[in-house]
Design a protein around this ligand. Structure first.
Ligand code: GLU
Length: 554
């Protein structure tokens, strides 16, 4: 019984940041084990007792214990979260789409829609459609089609079907023609400025009343390139409360060659036309999009009405504010062309490939986006939370090493040489590493004269003097308590002999040079390691003379 309750208490506590909530535990125990109801009183007493025990443990210890006794309960989403992540109006098979513009690889902002669509599709055993929205030839980057697919694969998102909008031009044309025939759309040749002035006053322009025949003729001319400066507009409500909805454009002429279709087409649908047409034709049942799309949804509603189509269910979630990284695809691209960034995976960028290079695991991004969920309130993205989830994932596998940045030589006088065998991981068997101490080491701190320090895992020393680049210290003692009494500081160190030259590229793209201990040379590219008291890094490259790592987080 204790064992059973302990699992629930630990789970509750971990979810609540280290303090269990007895009433919640009781609810869950009873909910999952209804046969215990007649012992409720006794069980509640036991829960109180166990809660007190668990409360006195650190969160880390709690997590470790739960992992040991019931790892299945360390679930990625709490039941509460699962309850909130449901779709309304699920009738037949759920079909959802993720519809990025192929102007660059995916970034953190995209990952929310990608992950949540995938989550729902998996939850309801539906279909995930990847739709590449490339009907603005100016904003298409040819490499992006493939990069987006790679990014989704990395995130472990199961794409059921792929649709490329530039393959569907004839479908859009056909639907436009039908709208013109029904009298719901017209070709407008007004100067855009003039149109805006009229529209803002709720006055129709002179093109609005043209006959269907005239409109069809002009539309044909647009398609054969013999009409310039025209657009097709949808007849909405010229006095609509939001001026942008009033007769908004659905097609325009664009001469820029398209990376996929070249100059075959010069008339392109605008998003508020191609999106609803495709959503309908592809059988999309639920559309997840940001609140910034609410007006677009309102515009798109007209298309559904005119074709007499049933609208999908829309979920408009709050805006996710992501600070501390570059997310604008055009800014990233400009910076790459200028040589300011090393590429799409420069650590300053918020692309998935940059995060991957830094050692952020796809599961961490997935979980962090699920936690953000689909609530309508705006949210600020928490890097700390992403890092905490990532740390939880990689901590198990990351080998520990000593690394010193900005190395300084330290000579310890009066100390016997010795060899230390340290664990690669504090509580998992990942092997041992050997540190041979012969009196000369690298340290990264500026040490104060006359102060006591402890070379981590080794001995206490007192600094005597600094001569040029070399610090001299004298061996003092072994006992850790002496260090504490003297208010000394623990520092990490790397033996000078066989030190491995190491560069850590930080999140600002700066190269931080230093030395890692000898056994670090055996790591593999792509491996995640923890430099003790420094942080987690991903091994990016092993060169003749150095190892390059990318910094993930503390
Ligand atoms: N391609 C659009 C975007 O990425 C589609 C969004 C939508 O219709 O929900 O913003």
């Amino acid at each position: 019984m204790r064992e059973l309750i302990l699992k629930y208490v630990l789970q509750s506590s971990i979810l609540k940041g280290g303090k269990p909530y007895p009433k919640g535990v009781m609810g869950k125990v009873m909910g999952d084990n209804p046969h215990l109801r007649d012992k409720a009183k006794e069980i509640y007493r036991l829960i109180g007792e166990i809660c007190r025990e668990v409360e006195s443990m650190s969160l880390e210890e709690q997590r470790r214990m739960l992992e040991e006794i019931a790892p299945e309960m360390l679930v990625e989403d709490t039941r509460e979260r699962k309850r909130e992540l449901v779709l309304k109006n699920v009738k037949d098979r759920v079909v959802m789409r993720f519809a990025p513009n192929p102007s660059g690889p995916l970034h953190l902002g995209h990952s929310r829609a990608a992950v949540l669509n995938d989550y729902f599709v998996k939850k309801y055993r539906g279909k995930f459609i990847l739709r590449l929205e490339d009907t603005d030839p100016k904003r298409v980057l040819p490499e992006a089609y493939e990069m987006i697919e790679e990014d989704l694969e990395w995130l472990n998102i199961g794409v059921g079907e792929k649709v490329v909008q530039s393959d569907r031009m004839e479908i859009y044309y056909e639907h436009c023609e039908r709208l013109i025939e029904m009298g719901h759309a017209y070709v407008c040749q007004c100067d855009p400025q003039e149109f805006r002035v009229l529209k803002n006053q709720g006055i129709p322009c002179r093109c609005r009343d043209r006959s269907v025949e005239e409109n069809l003729e002009l539309w044909e001319k647009m398609l054969d390139n013999s009409l310039e400066g025209a657009v097709v507009r949808l007849k909405t409500d010229i006095k609509h409360k939001n001026p942008s909805v009033r007769d908004f454009p659905i097609f325009r002429i664009e001469d820029t060659p398209h990376p996929k279709t070249g100059d075959r087409y010069t008339v392109y649908p605008l998003m508020n036309f191609s999106v609803p047409v495709d959503d309908y034709l592809l059988g999309i049942t639920h559309v997840l999009r940001g609140k910034d799309h609410i007006v677009n949804t309102e515009k798109q509603r007209y298309i559904y009405q005119y074709f007499n189509w049933e609208m999908p269910e829309y979920i408009h979630y709050g805006i996710l504010k992501i600070e501390g990284t570059v997310l604008s695809t055009s800014k990233m691209y400009e910076g790459i062309l200028k040589g300011e960034y090393r590429g799409w995976d420069d650590p300053r960028l918020g692309t998935l490939r940059a995060l991957r290079r830094r050692g952020i695991r796809p599961e961490a991004i997935y979980r962090s986006m699920l936690e953000i969920g689909i609530k309508p309130a705006d949210v600020k993205f928490s890097w700390e939370n992403l890092y905490a989830i990532n740390r939880e994932i990689i901590d198990r596998e990351a080998k520990r090493f000593f690394f010193v940045e900005n190395p300084k030589r330290l000579k310890v006088l009066g100390a016997e040489p010795r060899t230390l065998y340290l664990r690669m991981h504090p509580d998992r068997d990942l092997g041992t590493r050997e540190l041979r101490f012969e009196g000369e080491v690298y340290v990264s701190d500026d040490l104060e004269v006359n102060r006591m320090y402890r070379l981590m895992e080794l001995c206490n020393i007192v600094v005597e003097r600094v001569e040029g680049d070399v610090i001299y210290a004298r061996y003092h003692s072994e006992d850790f308590k002496i260090l504490r009494r003297k208010r000394g500081k623990i520092i990490h160190w790397v033996p000078v002999k066989d030190a491995v030259k190491t560069v850590v590229v930080d999140t600002e793209g700066r190269e931080r040079c230093g030395f890692a201990e000898k056994d670090f040379k055996n790591v593999n590219i792509d491996e995640l390691v923890q430099f003790e008291r420094y942080g987690f890094t991903r091994v990016d490259d092993k060169r003749e003379d150095r190892i390059v790592c990318y910094f993930a987080h503390k």
